[in-house]
Design a protein around this ligand. Structure first.
Ligand code: AMP
Ligand code: MG
Length: 326
C-alpha cells in the first residue's frame, strides 16, 4: 500500500485495483464504502485489517444490477423482488441465503449474505467494469464515525487504502436499512436510509427484534457502541436551560433557542426535515468531534421516518469517556 493515497478520478483505475485484490474507497448514496473483491478472501481480509474490524461483523456485498443476484444469493423470493423493484438502486440491504462462491469471511460464517445495489452512478460503473461483486463496509476505522465525504476517508483511513474515488458528499448520509428475509418473514436488522413506514406500506408488517442495539457479538453491526465520535456524547430530550461547561457542542435537528450556551452548534435542518438531517448527520458529528469540545449534547430526533435511524445512530454514538474502540 502506498504512503500517500491516490485520489483517483478514473473509474477504470478503481476497477483495475479491485480486480487485482486491492482496496478502494467508493462513494455511495449512504456513506463511503471500503471496497474489495468479495470473491477473493485475501482481498476481503485486507478490509478487516484496514478497519481493525472484528471478524464476527459481516460485510455487505455490492452489485451494479439485479441480474447479478444469482452470483450472490441462492434464493430471491417474491418479497425480495418486490422490495428490489421499489427500492434498488438505493439504501436497502437484503440478507438472503448465500451461494457457496461467497467466502465465509464475508458473512462471518453465516449461511446468509447481505446484498444491495448502491444508488451511485460512478460506483455502479466501477462494479460493472471490475465485473466482481464488491464487499464494502463503511470506510472508517471500526466503531468510529462513518465517512460521508472523500476527505473523511482520507483523514481516517487514507494511509490504509490503495485509492479513494471521490464522488462528492453522500446524498442520503446514513447507512442502509437492513432486512433479513427467511421462513419467519421479513425482519428489520438495522434501521437506515429507507424509512420502515415506506417498507411496511409496500409489504405489510416487518418483524422487529426487541432492540436493534445490543452488546452481543452474534448480532453484528448491532453493537451498542458504533459510529461514535471520540468526544463524549450525551443524548437529551430537549436542550438544557443551563449548562455547566463552556466547551459543549450541540447537535440538534432544528430548535436552537438556548444555543448561546454552546461553543459550537450544528443544526441539521432549519426546517426540521429528517431527510436533510440524515444527509448532514455524520458531517456535523465529524465537525463537532474535531472542535476540541468537552462533550457533545445531542437532541433526540422524532421517532418517525428517518428519525428512527438517526436515533439508532445517536444511541450507538453515546458514550461518557475515552472511546472503547480507539
Ligand atoms: P456496514 O458496517 O455499514 O457495512 O454494515 C454491515 C452490517 O450489515 C453488519 O454489521 C451487519 O449488521 C449487517 N450484515 C451484513 N451481512 C449480514 C449477514 N449476512 N447477516 C446479518 N447481518 C448482516
Ligand atoms: Mg460501519
Amino acid at each position: 500500500m502506498s504512503e500517500s493515497t491516490n485520489f483517483i478520478v478514473t473509474i477504470e483505475r478503481a476497477a483495475e485495483i479491485l480486480r487485482q485484490g486491492g482496496l478502494v474507497a467508493l462513494p455511495t448514496e449512504t456513506v463511503y464504502g471500503l471496497g474489495a473483491n468479495a470473491l477473493d478472501p485475501i482481498a476481503v481480509a485486507r478490509i478487516f485489517a484496514a478497519k481493525e474490524r472484528p471478524f464476527f461483523d459481516p460485510l455487505i456485498v455490492h452489485v451494479p444490477d439485479i441480474d447479478w443476484m444469482p452470483r450472490i444469493v441462492s434464493e430471491f423470493p417474491p418479497v425480495a423482488v418486490q422490495l428490489a423493484e421499489r427500492f434498488w438502486p438505493g439504501p436497502l440491504t437484503l440478507v438472503l441465503p448465500k451461494v457457496t462462491a461467497i467466502p465465509d469471511l464475508v458473512t462471518s460464517g453465516l449461511p446468509n449474505v447481505g446484498v444491495r445495489i448502491p444508488d451511485h452512478d460512478l460506483t455502479r460503473q466501477v462494479l460493472r467494469l471490475a465485473n466482481v461483486p464488491v464487499a464494502a463496509p463503511s470506510a472508517n476505522p471500526f466503531g468510529r464515525l462513518s465517512p460521508t465525504t472523500a476527505e473523511h476517508v482520507h483523514r481516517q483511513l487514507g494511509h490504509r487504502v490503495d485509492a479513494i474515488l471521490d464522488g462528492g458528499p453522500c446524498r442520503v448520509g446514513i447507512e442502509s436499512t437492513i432486512l433479513q428475509i427467511n421462513e419467519d418473514g421479513v425482519t428489520l436488522l438495522r434501521p437506515g436510509g429507507i424509512a420502515l413506514e415506506e417498507i411496511e406500506a409496500l409489504i405489510g408488517n416487518v418483524n422487529h427484534p426487541v432492540s436493534t442495539v445490543s452488546e452481543s457479538p452474534i448480532a453484528p453491526g448491532m453493537l451498542a457502541s458504533h459510529y461514535a465520535p471520540r468526544t463524549p456524547l450525551t443524548i437529551v430530550n430537549e436542550i438544557p436551560s443551563t449548562v455547566d461547561s463552556t466547551r459543549l457542542g450541540l447537535l440538534a435537528l432544528c430548535h436552537v433557542g438556548l444555543s448561546h450556551q454552546f461553543a459550537q452548534v450544528e443544526v441539521l435542518s432549519p426546517t426540521g426535515d429528517l431527510v436533510t438531517a440524515a444527509a448532514n448527520f455524520f458531517q456535523a458529528l465529524h465537525r463537532l468531534d474535531a472542535a476540541g469540545l468537552d462533550e457533545i449534547i445531542a437532541v433526540r430526533f422524532p421517532e418517525t421516518g428517518l428519525g428512527k435511524a438517526l436515533n439508532d445512530r445517536l444511541q450507538r454514538a453515546e458514550h461518557r469517556g475515552v472511546h472503547r474502540h480507539s
